[in-house]
Design a protein around this ligand. Structure first.
Ligand code: PMP
Length: 455
């Protein structure tokens, strides 16, 4: 502000401020303009901050935030211990900024197999601090002021603020539920895009679409036909695809995860985002990556080199060793990528039975370690507050953790502000948990159900 006033007024204001400062040393200096950057407007709230705190304060059983409570595999933690104290002291120093060479090399080998194309580890792969930083780098590198980015609802909540921070405008298109007619439980496959509605969102302003398959929170695994429809529109309108595939190995019932980049015309316009946290059940390590064509990755590298630049060397070394093992065992029963989904599928089925048993109707996920359940039958316990701005499921989840000790995340957290109340009868559970944790959740639900029927 001071820059805009004339010299004598500026002098007067400076004098006044300094006098005020002298007369009250304890009072903080006030700036006459906002201290925060304009791009932060409207994105300061974050549901996880609130729900993680609530879970820490009240929960006896936490099926909220998405992380396993069982240990990461021994081969991975042993690789970390070897990297830490195995005698190569250089692993305690910076490594290559765009990814530790052993890790980018093995990721390139792995993705060559998965995508059926040659990859250059130095230009087609970049390592990040978790998939979160990979997403941030992609949005910053590829989205400009005025660009529109299509986001499929429900979505992993950080996409919206990240698009906005890059100056873009999110354009939402919902997955619409089609309940099965035969009274069967709903599946995440019953949530589908309306092809005409999706097509209507593409325009000359569209720069990119965010695809998350398998999808958090629903667990939907997009079919080849659905991906084909999106790919066709991307090619037709010259649109990029930011493909968040962090749950790529967590797919059930013999379903196959299809990679968008493997579809006709999509490699050149797709960045694939992955996470060692999800892949090896070690979310705290925060190792992620971006795989894609150099024409896109060179810009993603520019953001990385001007923000984070280096990721922890030891964690990258251990993840590289994990991938080397998995490359050797690819498709074999001993492979972690074969074993983990098998174990998780049993946990999923267990939680499905438990929820169905008490009438909290589960939507059976085809992938991820999340499960969304319908809370309609429990509505009477948490009375609605008419005209409240807070979506019902949010109030329900808060009430549940405070009164029953069970933590879950409201589905409305995965919708844009404008659509938050459209699907507010659902909560999301994470089932990547020890048997004892799932049993404890079941006990809470059973007791609750008994109290309901006897009251
Ligand atoms: N994308 C999705 C869809 C996620 O669910 C998550 C984590 N919950 C991430 C990205 C971030 O992954 P990371 O922990 O590797 O940063």
């Amino acid at each position: 502000m001071l820059r805009r006033v004339g010299p004598s007024l500026r002098h007067f204001l400076l004098e006044k401020n300094s006098r005020a400062g002298r007369s009250s040393c304890s009072r903080e200096a006030k700036m006459s303009r906002p201290v925060q950057a304009r791009r932060l407007e409207g994105i300061d709230k974050n549901i996880w901050v609130e729900f993680v705190k609530l879970a820490a304060t009240y929960s006896k059983v936490n099926l909220g935030q998405g992380f396993p409570d069982f240990p990461a595999p021994d081969f991975l933690t042993e690789a970390f211990s070897r990297a830490l104290s195995g005698g190569n002291h250089m692993l305690h120093q910076y490594t290559r900024a765009f990814g530790h060479p052993p890790l980018v090399k093995v990721l390139a080998q792995f993705f060559e197999k998965l995508l059926g194309r040659d990859l250059d580890p130095m230009t087609n792969v970049m390592v990040t601090v978790g998939a979160y930083q990979a997403l941030f780098c992609c949005f910053q590198a590829l989205v400009d002021e005025g660009d529109e980015v299509i986001i499929i609802e429900p979505f992993f909540d950080c996409y919206e603020p990240m698009v906005k921070m890059a100056g873009g405008t999110p354009v939402f298109v919902p997955l619409r539920p089609n309940p099965p007619k035969d009274g069967k439980l709903m599946s995440s496959a019953d949530w589908q895009l309306d092809p005409a509605e999706l097509a209507s969102k593409f325009s000359e302003r569209t720069k990119a679409i965010v695809l998350n398959s398998p999808n958090n929170p629903l667990g939907k695994v997009f079919s080849r036909e659905e991906l084909g429809l999106i790919a066709e529109l991307c090619v037709k309108h010259d649109v990029l695809c930011i493909s968040d595939e962090v749950y790529e190995w967590l797919v059930y019932d013999g379903k196959q995860h299809i990679r968008m980049a493997s579809l006709q015309g999509m490699w050149d316009r797709t960045v694939i985002i992955g996470s060692a946290g999800k892949t090896f059940s070690a979310t705290g390590w925060k190792v992620g990556w971006v795989v894609g064509p150099d024409r896109l990755l060179k810009h993603v590298r520019t953001v990385h080199q001007n923000s984070v630049y280096h990721c922890a060397t030891i964690a990258q070394e251990a993840v590289a060793q994990g991938f080397q093992r998995e490359l050797m065992l690819y498709g074999k029963p001993e492979s972690y990528f074969v074993q983990l989904p098998k174990e998780l599928q049993q946990k999923r089925d267990w939680l499905v039975r438990s929820l169905d048993g008490v009438g909290m109707k589960p939507i059976i996920p085809e992938g991820t370690y999340f499960l969304v359940a319908d809370i309609s039958q429990f509505k009477s316990d948490v009375p609605d507050v008419p005209n409240s701005d807070e979506p019902y499921d949010q109030r329900f989840a808060k009430w549940m953790v405070k009164n029953k000790g069970l933590a879950a995340i409201p589905l409305s957290a995965f919708y844009s502000e404008a659509h938050k109340n459209n699907y507010s009868n659902f909560i999301r559970f994470c089932f990547a948990k020890e048997e004892a944790t799932l049993k404890a959740a079941n006990d809470i639900l059973q007791k609750w159900k008994q109290e309901k029927t006897s009251s």
